[in-house]
Design a protein around this ligand. Sequence first.
Ligand code: SF4
Length: 708
Amino acid sequence: GAQTVDRRVDSVCPFCGVGCQITYNVKDEIIVSVEGRDGPANHGRLCVKGRFGFDYAHHPQRLTRPLIRKPGVPKDPALLSHQGDWRDAFREATWEEALDFAAGKLKDLRTCHGDKALAGFGSAKGSNEEAYLFQKLVRTGFGSNNVDHCTRLCHASSVAALLEGVGSGAVSNQVNDVEHAELILVIGSNPTANHPVAATWMKNAAKRGTKIVLADPRVTDLGRHAWRTLQFRPDTDVALLNAMIHTVIEEGLVDQEFVTQRASNFEALKQNIQGYSAEAMAPICGIPAETIREVARAFATSKASMILWGMGISQHVHGTDNARCLIALTSVTGQIGKPGSGLHPLRGQNNVQGASDAGLIPMMYPNYQLVSNPQAHAWFEAFWQTRLDNKPGYTVVEILHKCLAPDSDPHKIRGMYVEGENPAMSDPDLNHARQALCALEHLVVQDIFMTETAWLADVVLPASAWPEKTGTVTNTDRMVQLGRRALNPPGDARPDLWIIQQMAARMGLNWHYPGPEQGVAAVYEEMRQTMAEAIGGITWERLEREGSVTYPCLTPQDPGQPIVFADRFPTADGRVKLVPADIIPASERPDAEFPQVLITGRQLEHWHTGSMTRRSAVLGAIEPMPTASMNSAELRKLGVQPGEPITVRSRRGSVVLTARRDDGTPDGAVFIPFAYYEAAANLLTNPALDPFGKIPEFKYCAVAVSAG
Ligand code: SF4
């Protein structure tokens, strides 16, 4: 019980973007339990990950010494599916030796091959301060803007559409605002698995009469609470959403005042939507026209309607178009800028909002200032007192392509620093991604475990787990929240912020931040100066006092704005821009050889590439092995019973998993979570990119499923 612990330390859950506040109960330097605190996003609630998924921090496989690859040991991606003993491939080193080697070789590569030879992947699992410092290291020390992180695999397309349409990539309304909604449209999202505490707000709203419309090719748990469930065919998002917009316009349900005063480009939208009647789209998306019309009417005429969406919208080659349709639907109905309305892209990782805000993206400095904007470029050159590249860098998938570029390519990437990400599991077409990582002349990986990516490194730097450091993270609701250090890192593992600074010093940068705890505050305060329009009023002292403050927050007295866009949009003309979208098919459609569709995603118990949750005893016990879900009819066709092995193949790879029956999975499709290294879903996925957000099409590719 709480009485018998040595200390209780307040922090934030390290998993999803809901941002539940927690207390770590520590006894004898071990976290013995986690309790939910009364934070603004969770009010004491936690899901199974937050409640039981803390023991990864004490796992015997934690990295405790810097490691250097032994001479002559080849980088072998074949090892990744069975994970041998890393001691065969690496030797332990001192920090001095490992850092000198890690940074020295990067510096040499830049000297020999120029400013484009290096790249860095930062992390949405780390703090804002780490994200800020990491992108500063790449831009000022590597010499290019080749810095990115997992937002590229997550909501990059949503953000592209939001920046274009409403002028801000963040949510307009917070999750718990669903209690003020009369209707919520949850599309391309499985919140009970991926944002479980956020889902409790939705279910409680439904209990009080809010209508939930669940639109998804997979019928998930939230369907039990839904007023209408639209199981539309995979890849037909634009058809469904355009049909809803068409209904609104045709049936005279447009909020004329809103459109006249606050939107631009309505005529173009109206023109384009003509071919998209509910009747014309019904056979494409597989939803009866009358149902599409009914839902569109209910959305338009309710007092307040809100849209929440996830990767089902964003992870397509038409992800940006999908999000454009959501913005248009919200805008033509005037369902934004008031309580219970608006646009909420549910953020995945606990700090993917904050890491993006802090500039961990190749085309923008902190606070979404375009690197190519002369004013922003000049401002940051003056602020950081150095020359900066004004060309956008490459994105995650592009960077991996550039690792395999011919020697003659002046943009060939030869050295990389990966902090807390696991592209050897998370990127599409893993055989290619792993080859790309192996092709690097120098790969530095900083992590807490020997991840699949670390296996391919030249140097591995042992970092600290979330309970071992103090820092801020920003949740899906724009809440900046403070997590405090509860433990010391094991062995010689070090805080990430310290490691980044050591790397910077050896790259020749002259940074002067004070020691550990004050250092975090100093970095935060520097970051705050670069993001005055967002977090200008959120001082470090205030975070220490209040624990959570919502931005935009402009002055120390400002309580923060939970709802934005009440009277203007932060676009150049103050209006929301309506951008028409047409149907673009998935990059790879089923055919005779690969007749089924693969949908990848997550499940409640396991987090992303599984490096943390699969090392948590409780979570591992609940979901111990890789499974592939299909509906009963599909399993019957294959002649496979649940629990039996099946093989799933695509043009890029093949995995063997256990069949699971899930009648919410659509006909002709198989669903695989991507957390399992033994049967990595991303060996199968297609690296085709959305042209605007540069996000890969994780939600649709052609596969062949067979028994055995
Ligand atoms: Fe953690 Fe998300 Fe679960 Fe909350 S809902 S406890 S933030 S994983």
